[in-house]
Design a protein around this ligand. Structure first.
Ligand code: EZ4
Ligand code: CO
Length: 402
């Protein structure tokens, strides 16, 4: 089963997606998401210039061998561009293997460990009242877990707050939006806001909050302690996660569960966090952490250390990545929670899929492979549009993590 063709498709049905489509000599096709928000064309070029030519003629059934060939063969290991490109190839080859076997990918990974994949949605508001309305909306849609974000008075372009309440896309302009940050304003406002959500909705609804890498460990410890009475499922990305040992300080001060990893591209970015049990949820995802094969390796390490999965699932992950994540989520013993942000109708039409939402859970469906197709005619109607993620500055003009 040789690979005959590997094509890169860039489309923008509301936001940019890069997709790798691999076709075998006998006409079986597989899809892999290769979208790296704000840096899409770098991965597209990596794939079409450097990867597609060496894929043609290779045995499509050799997934692990191809992964190792691309990882070790590049010499320049790791990094988000390389790992996203490898992820796309790996995911597409799992899709092909499933179609050839006539089985959904989760069956190839060992079969279902649960009935469905519990997901969380994003509720956000310009103020606490609007946030409460939005949490109620998600609850009424059937969600059992909700991420809560609120605009902080005095902070322009607060993270996580969007005009369209079902779709959040921060990469909105060809040149980056300038956001501002004040730790003081944030820390004095957010704990009470989350407290009001807990008070209004009672103890059962699972609540999460994303700090988006903006605090130092001791500031994050203060926030964690302030949030302890409200029983968060997790506090996400409390600090920039480059310094894995930096989490020790935070861990010594608070019992708030910590979730980290959406920007990680390999097991090497999180092995210390996992081995030292410095986190509770690892949020690496199929598309940015080397595909299904590598993600499963990370989650297996996590399982040994009481760390559960919590894969990133923002709108910049295409339906192909979403489906792949669901097959992994369904089949691993240490699944925690899956982020789920709905895509626009245009995106769903470009990527028809079998996964479905029901009573707070997603299920990948029973179609062979991933259960996602790419409608090339529909994709061609939406040409690439340059869009970058925002940048952030303190009130005195200093660059700060966004
Ligand atoms: O800002 O995916 O948890 N979700 C997130 C996302 C990220 C975007 C960046 O591309 O933090 O909304
Ligand atoms: Co996040």
């Amino acid at each position: 089963m040789r690979i005959a063709q590997a094509e890169v498709v860039v489309t923008c049905p509301g936001r940019n997606f890069v997709t790798l489509k691999i076709t075998t000599e006998d006409g079986v096709t597989g899809l892999g998401d290769a979208t790296l928000n704000g840096r899409e064309l770098a991965v597209a070029a990596y794939l079409s210039e450097h990867v597609a030519p060496v894929l043609v003629g290779r045995d499509a059934s050799r997934i692990e061998d191809t992964w190792q060939y691309l990882f070790q063969g590049a010499y320049w290991r790791r990094g988000p561009v390389t790992m996203t490109a490898i992820a796309a190839v790996d995911t597409a080859l799992w899709d092909i293997k499933g179609k050839v076997a006539g089985l959904p990918v989760y069956q190839l990974l060992g079969g279902a460990c649960r009935d469905g994949v519990t997901v969380y949605g994003h509720a956000n508001g310009d103020d606490v009242d609007e946030l409460l309305e939005q949490v109620a909306r998600f609850r009424d849609l059937g969600y059992r877990a909700v991420r809560v974000q609120v605009a902080v008075p005095g902070i322009e372009h607060s993270y996580g707050v969007s005009r369209d309440k079902l779709f959040y896309e921060p990469a909105d302009a060809a040149s980056p939006t300038q956001a501002t940050w004040s730790t003081q304003r944030y820390l004095s406002f957010v704990p009470n806001a989350i407290g009001r959500v807990r008070e209004e909705f009672g103890p059962e609804l699972r609540l999460l909050h994303d700090v988006h890498h903006r605090l130092t460990p001791i500031e994050a410890a203060r926030l964690g302690k302030a949030l302890e009475p409200y029983g968060l499922t997790w506090l996400e990305d409390p600090v920039p996660a480059d310094l894995q040992e930096g989490f020790r300080l935070l861990r010594q001060h608070t019992t708030v569960p910590i979730a980290v990893g959406e920007v990680f591209s390999s097991i090497w970015d999180c092995h210390q966090l996992i081995r030292e049990q410095l986190i509770d949820y690892i949020r690496t995802t199929v598309v940015h952490a080397g595909g299904i094969s590598h993600l499963r390796r990370i989650f297996d390490l996590a399982a040994l250390h009481h760390v559960r999965s919590g894969s990133h699932g923002a709108t910049d992950l295409s339906p192909v990545a979403m489906a792949a994540a669901l097959h992994v989520d369904l089949s691993i013993p240490n699944f925690g929670l899956q982020e789920y942000m709905r895509h626009t109708d245009e995106t769903d039409a470009v990527f028809p899929h079998t996964y479905r939402f029901e009573e707070g859970c997603l299920h990948p469906g029973e179609a062979p492979g991933l259960g996602v197709e790419l409608d090339l005619e529909a994709a061609a109607r939406y040409p690439y549009r340059a869009a970058q993620l925002p940048t952030n500055r303190l009130e005195d003009g200093t660059v700060h993590p966004w």
